[in-house]
Write a protein that binds this ligand. Structure first.
Ligand code: NDP
Length: 254
């Protein structure tokens, strides 16, 4: 094992939801260890603009709603046209919603499943074609501890189901493509400080419960998820496929 196995020199990564939070941290890290990165999101944040301007040869951005019918083909084509190949896909874009199961509307359910499951499925299906042609690739799907447990105090059965589906998609895709040079893994974060959790962290009751349920007694920084994603995406994980790496400060230990 050499440190170079943790680098992504010469590789091209496609990262969804790369304008903020975990996706932005992944983009910064992957670019910092040598990857050229096609980033995508619906909106362009100041932080994303800054990253794009910092190294225009390394970072490119395509605006896309991942649930759009043409989004998978559009963003994969953009990566191939801009950088000539595709080695890594990080399916990171996601949304959460809370509420009682018996009150959850069809529209809420569709938004969660379309964004968190159907879009990653369709984007992976598009991205794997050039990977098959070149005989190599790595897919990292961002799952969640919510794919394993019922969160508390907030209720979020649709989100949790979408993340369990992503974990299973990961397992099954890994099996299907293990013999063709493509590794497929998932990352299951615990509570990470981002826009997604800002409301809960600001809520004294939720914050207390989340903290008490996390043995490390703190929430993660997005950068702590980016290093996990890098491991899974890099040659350092050359024998790892079908894994879901839980990075949760111990949340699921009890
Ligand atoms: P944020 O809310 O900070 O960011 C969400 C990202 O997803 C944004 O980049 C957003 O882009 C993008 N996104 C959402 N919907 C769409 C869409 N329809 N089309 C394109 N992009 C979209 O969340 P996090 O960074 O915290 O979450 C990233 C991933 O990590 C998600 O999959 C989430 O479920 C998962 N996760 C997060 C945890 C946490 O505690 N934060 C815990 C476990 C898992 P835009 O701004 O353009 O909408």
């Amino acid at each position: 094992m050499t440190p170079s196995q943790f680098r992504l020199d010469g590789k091209v990564a496609l990262i969804t939801g790369a304008n903020r939070g975990i996706g932005l941290a992944i983009a910064r890290l992957f670019g910092g260890v040598g990857a050229r990165c096609l980033l995508t999101s619906r909106s362009e944040t100041p932080a994303l603009k800054e990253l794009l301007a910092s190294d225009p040869d390394r970072f490119a951005w395509v605006q896309a709603d991942v649930t759009g019918q043409d989004a998978p083909a559009r963003i994969v084509t953009a990566a191939l046209e801009r950088f000539g190949r595709l080695d890594v896909l990080v399916n990171n874009a996601g949304v959460a919603d809370n509420g009682d199961f018996h009150d959850f509307t069809d529209a809420q359910l569709a938004r969660i499943m379309d964004t968190n499951f159907t879009a990653p499925f369709r984007i992976a299906r598009e991205a794997i074609r050039p990977m098959l042609d070149q005989g190599s690739g790595a897919i990292v799907n961002i799952g969640s501890i919510s794919g394993y447990v019922a969160n508390t105090p907030q209720l979020q059965v649709a989100y949790n189901s979408s993340k369990a589906a992503i974990h299973q998609m990961t397992t099954t895709m890994a099996f299907e493509y293990a013999g063709r040079g493509i590794r497929v893994n998932a990352l299951a974060p615990g509570y990470v400080i981002s826009d997604m959790t800002a409301g809960g962290i600001a809520n004294a009751d939720w914050n207390r419960v989340w903290t008490e349920n996390t043995p490390m007694r703190r929430f993660a920084e997005p950068e702590e998820m980016a290093t996990c994603a890098l491991f899974l995406a890099s040659d350092a994980a050359s024998y790892v496929t079908g894994a879901t790496l839980i990075a949760d400060g111990g949340y699921t230990t009890h």
